[in-house]
Write a new protein. Structure first.
Length: 456
């Protein structure tokens, strides 16, 4: 090899090393999964068909970016760090991490189970754009019905969204908000079979298999000995090692949601950069594992007809019935519901939304067809926009447009000659047939509480 070839070879290695290092260290905007902040994207709004106008919106959304639900001092990761600190078994990174968690607790202790400043901005933005795009729906100052899971962050999300719509939770002459709609909004914590499935379902095997294949050999020892002396690490059971790593990763995900609060409290983002303890490849791994849990636990997973999808049959029935109710008595502008990520994941799959409803034949390749950051980011939402028109013989005619995170989406198996607009009667017929033939619902008036309680 001559000097020129040697130089080129060394130069190539240097470029490769720099690119690899950049890929390994510069991933601050990646791998947030379902903790991705909700940012309005550049999306197309298809022109409304002539002589049609929007008249009603059926909406369900996930709560906005949130603070921690659980106090840091009660987490396993913090308890283990405290124990190691008492035993003088923390390394430099262990002491640095402990300090970060104490700082995080200072910021979060009075804000648990609340939406963050970013979350309020997300939700208000959704309401503002809804008002701007579908102003005719709200032109007559009709009531906006509200239902939310009975938790602070859910109520605050509804309040922020209504702020964008220029409505309030105590709008005169409107029904009071419902915080007891668990059949529709919180089925995974309501139906006995779903509660059990969340604890012991087959989804766990899929996540474990993905972890076993993708996690590098000796990962735990290499990761935890960044924080603990070897002698201390040797006494930690493997289950607790995994619990520590999972807890730490979950603590790291909140930082994306509370960066405004961090600055307002007088700290820098670097002082709370818990993700800096993970390499980009490690963040990618845990993002995949989190997404796998969401996909197999509540999404289409390996069975798009499983109970994890049928969990939201009552919600679909509710959407159909409330849309029909508007046709009979058009005195409500919108039905707004605020729920959790599991319910939204299931509902997107049940509806057959393209990109959110396909099951995976290969558990190791599920991310090729389903991405949590696209389906269920923070403040994720599904909307039915109802349009009213007139037929040539002067009869009322209605169209529906489906939105996932404010983007027009197609429904698998549902035909239309005018995408993204579907005839409401076609939509109702399509889903009613599925309810009858596939999901054991005889009539739209069936008792959906009993359906959920007897779900198998």
């Amino acid at each position: 090899m001559n000097k020129k070839q040697l130089y080129l070879s060394l130069f190539s290695l240097l470029i490769f090393a720099n690119v690899t290092m950049a890929q390994e260290t510069d991933c601050s905007l990646e791998y947030w999964g379902s903790h991705t902040q909700y940012l309005p994207q550049n999306f197309t709004v298809t022109s409304t068909p002539p002589d049609y106008k929007p008249v009603f919106i059926n909406f369900i959304g996930r709560n906005g970016a949130e603070h921690l639900v659980k106090d840091i001092s009660t987490t396993f990761v913090f308890a283990l760090l405290q124990k190691a600190d008492s035993a003088h078994a923390l390394k430099v990174d262990g002491r640095k991490l402990r300090k970060m968690l104490l700082t995080l607790q200072t910021i979060e202790k009075d804000k648990l189970d609340r939406i963050s400043l970013s979350g309020a901005i997300e939700e208000k933005g959704i309401g503002t754009r809804m008002l701007a795009l579908y102003g005719n729906v709200f032109a007559q100052k009709k009531c906006v019905e509200v239902a939310a899971i009975n938790e602070d962050r859910m109520k605050q999300s509804a309040e922020a969204l209504l702020g964008g719509l220029r409505h309030t939770l105590d709008e005169p002459n409107c029904d009071k908000p419902s915080y007891n709609d668990d059949d529709n909004l919180n089925p995974f914590a309501t139906a006995p079979s779903l509660v059990e499935m969340m604890k012991t379902g087959d989804w766990k095997d899929n996540v474990d298999n993905i972890r076993d294949q993708k996690k590098p050999e000796n990962f735990n020892i290499r990761f935890l000995t960044r924080f603990f002396e070897q002698s201390f690490f040797d006494k930690i059971e493997e289950a607790d090692q995994n619990r520590f790593i999972t807890d730490l990763y979950k603590a790291s995900t909140v930082i994306n949601s509370i960066h405004r609060e961090i600055i307002n409290a007088g700290f820098t983002l670097e002082q709370l950069d818990i993700r800096s303890f993970f390499t980009c490849s490690e963040l990618a791994l845990f993002n995949t594992l989190n997404s796998a849990e969401e996909y197999y636990k509540a999404g289409p997973g390996g069975d798009h007809s499983g109970i994890q999808v049928r969990a939201t049959v009552p919600l679909l029935v509710n959407f159909i019935n409330t849309t029909d109710a508007y046709l009979i008595s058009p005195n409500v502008a919108a039905d707004i519901r605020i729920t959790n990520a599991e319910t939204l994941t299931s509902f997107a799959a049940l509806l057959g939304i393209k990109g959110a409803s396909k099951e995976s034949a290969d558990i190791f390749k599920f991310e090729k067809i389903w991405k949590s950051e696209e389906v269920i980011p923070l403040s994720a939402n599904i909307q039915f926009i109802l349009y009213k028109g007139q037929t040539p013989d002067n009869q009322r005619d209605y169209l529906i447009k489906f939105l996932l995170n404010e983007k027009e989406v197609a429904i698998e198996g549902l035909k239309t000659n005018n995408f993204p607009y579907y005839k409401w009667e076609d939509v109702k017929t399509f889903y009613t047939k599925k309810l009858n033939d596939e999901w054991d619902v005889e009539k739209l008036s069936d008792n959906m509480h009993n359906y959920l309680m007897n779900l198998k």
